[in-house]
Every structure is written in structure tokens, then in C-alpha cells.
Design a protein around this ligand. Structure first.
Ligand code: 13P
Ligand code: SF4
Length: 332
């Protein structure tokens, strides 16, 4: 099945419309937000100035929970395409906007739905759990969706003899396998940001800062996670740094989260875990496509908008709602 997303030139065009340089962007965004009864949901990997103007900042689970319960008419999703799609699936009657439609995801791209459908056919007696970082079409092929906050608990909530396919992230899948002792069948996908960390450079930093804690996101490779003092989702990592007594942290995830860590613990030091390649950084190139200017234009012109075929919305709703129900039951 093919979905034609609204990536037409007209929709894309608005993001670059010239903005009057004399206006105060933050003030104007706040005015438009009130006028249109809009809410801005932002992921922790967004630029700091976008995080600072958001009504809610969170990880993928928190953002889905907010999208499901908001009473705003318009949701501006400062994140990537699959996140805005998830918001649309959960709130189909609302207008969902994404500042730049090109804000995709390498992990989501690593799992084309038509290939996953064939993969799934090989395991007809398996339940399909997909990480939220995937297209709406992939969610529509799934039984339960999960995020990095609840993947372990969702697998643990299923009977021990339940056979499971897990996709698309092989690293999160391997982590869940290790934590639960379950034999999951994994799709071979990965995130371009979380697979670049250098073991040698992290080891060198830990010698330089012997009291530092090393914290990592479960999208990182197994050998990186093996040495971590804490492994968790972005919100899990943030909470850990707020409650832990250490003063220095080496942070193995996208660098945007450090803005919130620093805001919450002004006196602490946060060092981004170094990548293998000296030219690389820990910024997600997709997340960082959104800018305050594009956010302003998107709210002003109510474009680009996320649209999805109704049947995909209906089929993708069930596995996401199942995740939200399990999370609520477990108090996550
Ligand atoms: P969480 O928001 O679940 O921590 O996932 C991080 C991520 O890679 C989002 O793209
Ligand atoms: Fe996708 Fe990785 Fe970027 Fe998250 S950080 S949006 S998983 S490419």
C-alpha cells in the first residue's frame, strides 16, 4: 500500500516565506497560538528556542499522551514526521502541523512497510511490537506500539510463551531482549544518531572525569549500553540527572536534551558523548530542520499539514491505544 503524503510544493513553500525582520517571533507565535487555539508539542531534541516556547516538552511517550488528550484545535508538532503522524492518528479531527515536512527519521526509513509486511508473513504466529519511530503504515501492520520509555514493560506484560517480532530498532530490540530474557525476532533497523558514539573516546572521557556518570539511550549499540550507569528514554535520562547526586554526566543521546538537563540542574556539567567521526555531532539532522521561523510560518499559514488515509488512521489507532492503555495501567 502506498500513502502519498502531502509533500507538495505549495505546502513546502510556506516554510520559507520571508518574515518581517522587525517582528518579535516569540510574541507573534504566542499571539497566533491564542488566536487559533493551538498547542505546541516539542520533543527534547528540538532547538533550545523551540523547547522554550513549547506548551509541552517531552519524550515520544509523553508527547503521544499529550496529543491524545489536548483540547486544542491545532497541534503544532515540533518534532519529526512519524511523531506528527502519531498525533494525527490519536487526534484525527484536529489539524496537525509540522514546521518542516522533510523532518523525517533514519530509523523510520530503515523499515519500509512493504518489506516489513513480507517479513511479518514469515512469522504468522508472532505478535508484532513496533517502536513508535516508524511510519503510520508500519503502525497499521502492528499489534502494539511502544516507546523507549515502556518497551521493556510492554514486552513483560505479555504471556511468557507469546512469540514476538520487534521492529524497527535492532538496538532497542536487543536491549529489551536482554532485560526481559525473551527471544524476540528483530528487524534490522537503526538510528543514525545513536550509532555514532565512540567507545574509545567515551573511555578517555571517563578517565578524565572519574566521578562522571555515563548515561545512554537504548537506541545506542549494545557495547555502549554495557558500560552505562543508566539506560533510559530521554525523559528517563533527564529524571535520572535530576535525582542523582553526581555533578558530571556524559550523555549518549541527541544533544538537544542537554538544554533541559542544564535548566533543571544549573550547577551540574553535561558532556555530550563523543562521536566516532570528528566531523560528526550528536545533532539529529531531521529534528534540527525545524526552526523558530518555520514554526511561525507553519502556525500563520496552517501549513504544512499532516494528512493520512482514514483506513490507515483506524488501523494504526489500535496498537497505539493499546500502548497507552498498558502505560496507564502500569503508571508510566
Ligand atoms: P524517546 O523520545 O522515546 O526518548 O526517543 C528518542 C528518539 O529517538 C526520538 O526520535
Ligand atoms: Fe530518528 Fe534518530 Fe533522529 Fe530520533 S534521533 S528522529 S530516531 S534519526
Amino acid at each position: 500500500m502506498n500513502i502519498t503524503y502531502e509533500r507538495d510544493l505549495e505546502a513546502k513553500g510556506y516554510i520559507d516565506v520571508a518574515i518581517d525582520p522587525t517582528i518579535d517571533l516569540v510574541e507573534e507565535i504566542n499571539r497566533l497560538k491564542k488566536e487559533k487555539n493551538a498547542v505546541i508539542l516539542a520533543h527534547y531534541y528540538q532547538e533550545s528556542e523551540i523547547q522554550d516556547i513549547a506548551d509541552y516538552i517531552g519524550d515520544s511517550l509523553g508527547l503521544s499522551q499529550q496529543a491524545a488528550k489536548t483540547d486544542a484545535d491545532v497541534i503544532v508538532f515540533a518534532g519529526v514526521h512519524f511523531m506528527a503522524e502519531t498525533a494525527k492518528i490519536l487526534s484525527p479531527s484536529k489539524k496537525v502541523l509540522l514546521p518542516d515536512l522533510k523532518a523525517g527519521c533514519s530509523l523510520s526509513d530503515s523499515c519500509p512497510p512493504h518489506l516489513f509486511a513480507k517479513f511479518k508473513e514469515k512469522y504468522p504466529d508472532h505478535l508484532v511490537i513496533t517502536y513508535v519511530n516508524c511510519t503510520a503504515e508500519l503502525k497499521a501492520l502492528s499489534d502494539i506500539v511502544c516507546t523507549s520509555s515502556n518497551a521493556v514493560q510492554i514486552v513483560e506484560s505479555l504471556p511468557l510463551d507469546q512469540k514476538i517480532i520487534f521492529g524497527p530498532d535492532r538496538n532497542l530490540g536487543a536491549y529489551v531482549k536482554k532485560k526481559t530474557g525473551r527471544d524476540l525476532i528483530l528487524w534490522n533497523g537503526a538510528c543514525m544518531v545513536h550509532e555514532i558514539f565512540s567507545q574509545d573516546k567515551i573511555d578517555a572521557l571517563r578517565i578524565e572525569y572519574p566521578d562522571a556518570k555515563f548515561i545512554a539511550h537504548p537506541e545506542c549499540e549494545d557495547h555502549i549500553l554495557a558500560g552505562a550507569d543508566y539506560v533510559g528514554s530521554t525523559s528517563g535520562m533527564l529524571k535520572f540527572t535530576m535525582n542523582d547526586p553526581s555533578q558530571v554526566y556524559i550523555v549518549a543521546t541527541e544533544s538537544g536534551i542537554i538544554h533541559q538537563m542544564q535548566k533543571a540542574s544549573l550547577e551540574k556539567t553535561f558532556i555530550p558523548a563523543p562521536p566516532n567521526n570528528a566531523c560528526a555531532c550528536n545533532d539529529c539532522p531531521h529534528m534540527k530542520l525545524n526552526t523558530l521561523e518555520k514554526l511561525y510560518n507553519c502556525l500563520k499559514f496552517e501549513s504544512p499539514e499532516i494528512t493520512l488515509p482514514e483506513d490507515v488512521i483506524l488501523r494504526a489507532q489500535k496498537p497505539i491505544e493499546r500502548m497507552l492503555e498498558i502505560s496507564e495501567r502500569l503508571g508510566l
